[in-house]
Design a protein around this ligand. Structure first.
Ligand code: URA
Length: 237
């Protein structure tokens, strides 16, 4: 288990989950020394998969059982996230709305429909090489922005998701997601159009689909952001 994962899982009391295994560079160094040794045995690959599965299950259960902040008092369902658990693309919104709280799935309301269209515009589809989640996993009452403390309490869950998914690119949807991920209070207009990093993962900022529903002229800018994200992904491949 890497240090970051150990840290997030420890914070969530999810240890022990993982079977210790050497990382790529250790394996590479080892293979140079022992040229006849096998890098990955079938058994090792199997154990990694099982560990990932176990980690996902524990993480999902931890979110379902979470009472770390006051959002847990008013939620109907926690909204963990949805999609391909090995996705290259990770889209992160702000927090569940009414429909999401009702169903337990992110981005299923009007904003979600627009997000699906945005994904389709760059030939992506929910669940297919795409994972969608939020900064906070419970609905802030009245759809207010999550507080700093609420976002902080939920952060280890998001960190663990990111560590398990290992996306190539993160797209932050809206100001709340961008500011929480980048730990800044810069405006969305100043954050757009650049490749930022979350840990070592490239991160691009665009408007939240709910904002685009209210501000139709900004859709053209969001389209530009998506093309930029797509080009960035291609440069990573
Ligand atoms: N807005 C969000 O930020 N996330 C959702 O899941 C739904 C609406």
């Amino acid at each position: 288990m890497n240090d970051r994962r150990t840290h997030s899982f420890k914070e969530l009391n999810l240890l022990p989950v993982w079977r210790q295994k050497s990382n790529h560079s250790e394996r590479d160094a080892q293979s140079q020394e022992e040229s006849s040794s096998v890098l990955y045995s079938a058994e090792d690959n199997q154990s990694i998969e099982e560990s990932d599965q176990a980690a996902w299950l524990r993480l999902k259960q931890a979110v379902t059982d979470c009472f770390r902040c006051q959002l847990s008092e008013t939620r109907t369902h926690t909204v963990f996230g949805v999609g391909d658990e090995n996705a290259d693309w990770l889209f992160i919104g702000e927090g569940p709305g009414a429909k999401e709280d009702e169903t337990g799935e992110p981005f299923v309301g009007q904003a979600g429909k627009l997000l699906d269209k945005m994904l389709a515009a760059i030939r992506l589809k929910r669940g297919d090489n795409v994972y969608i989640t939020n900064i906070v996993k419970c609905r802030p009452p009245g759809n207010r922005n999550p507080s700093l403390n609420e976002a902080r309490q939920c952060e280890p869950y998001l960190m663990s998701q990111i560590e398990l998914i290992k996306p190539k690119l993160i797209v932050a949807l809206g100001k709340v997601a961008a500011q929480n991920l980048l730990k800044c209070d810069d405006s969305i207009s100043s954050l757009r159009g650049k490749v930022h990093h979350f840990s070592d993962i490239p991160l691009i900022v665009t408007y939240h689909p709910a904002y685009l529903l209210r501000s139709l002229p900004e859709k053209a800018k969001a389209w530009k952001d998506l093309c930029f994200a797509n080009a960035t992904m291609q440069s990573l491949e």
